[in-house]
Every structure is written in structure tokens, then in C-alpha cells.
Design a protein around this ligand. Structure first.
Ligand code: 9UX
Length: 72
């Protein structure tokens, strides 16, 4: 099953930040695509919810130093 979510990601101030977040998301088992927009502070992710959860993704993003949360 393919699921989609858009997460809020804070603290990204340059394009490389977005690349870092995309990389850590794509490293998660079950994530098939990740697109991070530094100007909107959003990460759009396609994933398999039987393999990875939004909470897992948030923890991974926070693990490399960016605050992340479910959209308000
Ligand atoms: Mo850019 Mo982001 O020099 O952590 S990579 S600010």
C-alpha cells in the first residue's frame, strides 16, 4: 500500500539542508520517495505504512538535527 504524507520540517536554511532530510528519509525502510522544500519547510513522502510510520520518519529527521512534526 502506498501512503503519502507531508511533514513539517524546521531549521532548514539552505538547499543542502533539504538534501540532508531527503537522504535520511529515503534511507528508511518503506520510504519510496521523499521531496523536501526548503522554502515551504515541508517534506512530502511516499511510503508503505506497514513498514514505516510518520513517527519513525520524524524521529529520523530529528536525529540529524532538524525539528519535525506532523502537519498542524
Ligand atoms: Mo546549509 Mo543546512 O550550509 O543544516 S546544510 S544550513
Amino acid at each position: 500500500v502506498q501512503d503519502r504524507i507531508t511533514l513539517d520540517v524546521g531549521g532548514m536554511t539552505c538547499a543542502s539542508c533539504a538534501m540532508n532530510v531527503e537522504k535520511v528519509l529515503k534511507r528508511q525502510k518503506g520510504v519510496s520517495s521523499a521531496s523536501v522544500n526548503v522554502s515551504t519547510s515541508k517534506a512530502r513522502v511516499e511510503y508503505n505504512s506497514s513498514l514505516v510510520s510518520a513517527e519513525d520518519m520524524i524521529a529520523a529527521i530529528q536525529g540529524i538535527g532538524y525539528p519535525a512534526s506532523l502537519p498542524a
